[in-house]
Write a protein that binds this ligand. Structure first.
Ligand code: GLY
Length: 352
């Protein structure tokens, strides 16, 4: 088992990673001094360990469709009916969309109650559940409403991952692949638990340095500017990690076009993404101008187009990237039908 501490001003917590770590939930709840718990779970009841205190179990559904303000309102309504107070705790159990929406409900209810995350997907374990970002989507775009609300503990039980369908595992690999370009060692071929631990260790380091996304934390969004646009443009037909994978290949090409990295490093982006069996081509159904319009809505874009890009000083946020360069690089990306990109057999083999 690995324990990764995250120390922030006025708040510290641990991320536990390993088989069976969910059974430490009762001890975690006891340490928090919580009298009662609301567990919001997108997984069967038997996946949720005992909290050791009086508990209300609320079913939830993973997926972008339920990542809305309406879900936050419904959850908070249930908290009121249960009589949840700031001396209690909220527990999320599910994938990244569930940890995001439950984290936001915990942040807003009574101006903040403690939350413990039990991420069950690879994507949530390596990224979404760690670092305190919470958000819901609006019809206009993804993650447009949210706040920072650090959890009191994150229990990444790797036993949960054994049940994941191949496409869901691949979804998590998209976030692991982008770690290669933002400061992680080469993780390819390592046992999965080691890849999760290294990804979380990197994220903890970045979040400790820049909790509120004013500088360094932007690098965690490597591949995400195009990724978010692709998710939206495909009606979430691409999963987040798949879209980030394509966005990572694009980020390499864009950094190359801007003269920030050489051809070998551009090619490394493709190699790494492909080695995880992830898609590398842009869906043929999406147009360059539509994607650029969506990228202008990105939270990092204050006017111009902004991307986390590799370069001589490592990855950093680059603002005001000329639209014609973005368009040229996007136009030059290989295209493939969405159906082929999301098929685990053909995804990593998309033409380049
Ligand atoms: N997922 C990016 C971040 O947590 O900052």
């Amino acid at each position: 088992m690995a324990t990764i501490p995250l120390r922030l001003p006025g708040h510290a917590y641990e991320v536990l990673i390993g088989p069976g770590v969910r059974t430490s939930l009762a001890g975690t709840v006891r340490r928090l001094g919580a009298a009662r718990a609301v567990v919001v779970s997108a997984r069967p009841a038997e996946w949720v360990p005992d909290t050791g205190v009086e508990t209300l179990l609320l079913p939830a559904r993973d997926g972008e469709d339920d990542k809305t303000l309406a879900t936050v309102q419904a959850l908070c309504g249930e908290f009121v009916r249960f009589g949840l107070t700031r001396s209690d705790v909220v527990v999320s159990c599910g994938g990244g969309t569930t940890t995001d929406v439950v984290g936001l409900a915990a942040a807003l209810y009574h101006r903040g109650v403690p939350v413990v995350h039990l991420p069950t997907s690879l994507l949530a374990q390596v990224d979404a559940a760690v670092g305190g970002k919470t958000a819901v989507n609006l019809p206009q775009g993804k993650n447009l409403v949210g706040t920072y609300w650090q959890p009191s503990a994150v229990l990444c039980d790797t036993d949960y991952l054994a049940t994941l369908p191949p496409r869901e595992l691949r979804n998590g690999y998209g976030e692991i692949a982008r770690c290669h370009f933002i400061g992680a060692p080469d993780l390819r071929g390592l046992p999965l638990a080691e890849q999760i631990t290294a990804s979380v260790r990197l994220k903890a380091r970045v979040v400790q340095a820049d909790e509120r996304d004013t500088g360094l934390r932007h690098i965690l969004n490597y591949g995400h500017t195009l990724g978010h646009a692709l998710e939206k443009a495909t009606g979430y037909g691409l999963r987040h990690g798949e879209a980030v994978a394509i966005g990572t290949v694009f980020a390499g090409r864009l950094a190359g076009a801007l003269g920030r990295i050489g051809a070998a490093r551009v090619a490394e982006h493709l190699d790494v993404v492909r080695s995880y069996g992830l898609p590398t081509a842009v869906p043929a159904e999406t147009g360059t101008q539509a994607l650029i319009a969506l990228m202008r809505h990105d939270k990092k874009a204050s006017g111009g187009l902004a991307f986390a890009l590799d370069g001589p000083r490592g990855a950093e946020l680059v603002g005001d990237v000329p639209q014609e360069v973005v368009a040229r690089v996007l136009d030059a990306m290989p295209r493939a039908p969405l159906a082929a990109l999301v098929d685990p057999v053909t995804a990593g083999a998309a033409p380049c």
